[in-house]
Write a new protein. Structure first.
Length: 95
């Protein structure tokens, strides 16, 4: 079963995304409301996928995605969720 970490600072979006993912058969290992807790959960659970909000307090999804926790996991992927695209907000990162 594919495992996920889901991080979003909007409670309704977070709970809705978790319910949607579970309904599709994914195993949600952690729900996080900021980037720091998402990074800690990634280190602890080593998920297959980290679904990260682009704009969270403290550390956002763009800050978390290139971190060592994701880079060290050979099969992990970080997906960035964006509510309203802002010019220049996203840059392609390939590693």
């Amino acid at each position: 079963m594919t495992t996920l970490i889901i991080a979003d600072d909007h409670p309704l979006t977070l709970s809705g995304t978790v319910a949607f993912a579970q309904n599709l058969g994914y195993q949600v290992k952690a729900m996080c409301n900021n980037g720091v807790s998402a990074l800690n959960a990634i280190n602890l659970h080593r998920p297959d996928i980290a679904l990260l909000d682009i704009n969270m307090p403290g550390m956002d999804g763009l800050d978390v995605s290139p971190m060592d926790a994701i880079q060290r996991s050979a099969h992990a992927a970080a997906l960035i969720v964006c509510e309203r695209p802002q010019p220049g907000a996203l840059k392609l990162r390939i590693s």
